[in-house]
Ligand binder design. Structure first.
Ligand code: SF4
Length: 342
């Protein structure tokens, strides 16, 4: 049986035509699956009973099992989902003024081993399917209940989205399709550790917002923090960002996790200002969130402010992101799908 939440519009159209049904049925089904978030085929009440029965012979609508929800005093909610093969992933709902953002995982685990990241420490299991990506949005809306709905999506949870390119691209398509979830492009942000070929492909094939986790101003420090830098060093990454097609007026978000004594000096901030010249970007500074066993420390607030000031004085838009959810290990780099319950 195929999960309808694994199907793009074009795939649904093909399936509908194979059933000998009119093409408009594809739009109808797409709306039920991704807009109305129908829990099963029987809920699709304006589809004829006879067609629903035929659909049920080949398709199901299937969700993921939410095993645990942790709520942080700052309002963030982290939920742990179990997938059909027993793999576990985490997602985080982050309330901010005027919006509810869902941080989605794209892989079970991650192979890239960034040293400031708890997910990277637990290794890689596999890529998530389209339905497993979609189910995180469905579960989040169920957790929020009738009165609230996710308004923004960031692909910034467990995993490197561009290493699961095909499923992630399909996910961004169903998210931004007005017949489906209907998110506007600038409310969906993909965050990458810097997979250069994926960035080039994404620029050509999608219109969602891009965030890049940079975290250092020299190859020596970046390679120490992010082994992927050996494959795609800073110069190659910045060249890809300079060539990125900026559809509309949007910026790339540069994420920079500040780690005490490693990448947080004024010399670093001055170098960063030079490196990013010519790239339409805003810079998110994220003071490191220590986790059990991490060997890094969070910098003093005064040095975070001083780092940001150098960049602001150089003309950049700078946000200092005090990560939400740190108390429940839901802040940036802290997801690892651990479950202590039964
Ligand atoms: S920061 Fe992202 S890319 Fe790096 S190990 Fe963690 S999940 Fe993977």
């Amino acid at each position: 049986m195929r999960n309808l939440r694994d199907m793009t519009y074009d795939e649904l159209l093909e399936a509908v035509q194979a059933f000998g049904e009119k093409p408009y049925r594809a739009e109808q089904l797409f709306g039920w699956v991704y807009k109305k978030l129908a829990p099963d085929i029987d809920s699709m009440t304006d589809v004829s009973k006879a067609f629903r029965e035929r659909l049920k012979g080949e398709f199901v609508v299937s969700g993921s099992k939410v095993l645990d929800i942790k709520r942080s005093p700052d309002g963030a909610q982290k939920f742990l989902s179990e997938l059909e093969d027993g793999s576990r992933i985490e997602s985080v709902i982050i309330p901010e003024t005027g919006r509810l953002t869902l941080c989605v995982s794209t892989q079970a685990g991650c192979a890239l081993g960034c040293r400031f990241c708890m997910t990277g420490k637990s290794g890689f299991t596999r890529n998530l399917t389209l339905s497993e990506l979609v189910n995180q949005v469905v579960s989040a809306n169920e957790i929020l209940g009738k009165d609230a709905r996710i308004t923004n999506i960031v692909l910034m949870g467990m995993g490197e989205p561009l290493n699961n390119y095909d499923n992630v691209l399909k996910f961004t398509q169903v998210l931004t399709d007005g017949r489906g979830f209907g998110f506007s492009h600038n409310r969906v942000t993909l965050s990458t550790s810097g997979v250069v070929p994926g960035i080039k492909r994404l620029g050509a094939e999608s219109n969602v917002s891009l965030a890049v986790s940079l975290n250092a101003t020299t190859d020596e420090v970046r390679t120490k923090l992010m082994p992927i830098n050996k494959k795609y060093p800073i110069a190659d990454l910045l060249e890809a960002l300079r060539a990125y097609p900026f559809k509309g007026k949007r910026h790339i978000t540069i994420e920079y996790v500040l780690i005490k004594g490693l990448n947080d000096t004024l010399a670093d901030s001055k170098r960063l200002a030079v490196l990013l010249r010519g790239i339409p970007c805003k810079i998110n500074l994220i003071p490191f969130n220590p986790f059990p066993g991490s060997q890094f420390e969070r910098p003093q607030n005064a040095s975070v402010m001083a780092f940001g000031k150098v960049l602001r004085d150089a003309g950049y838009m700078v946000m200092i992101r005090m990560s939400k959810g740190a108390e429940i290990e839901a802040a940036c780099g802290q997801l690892r799908a651990r479950y202590d319950g039964a």
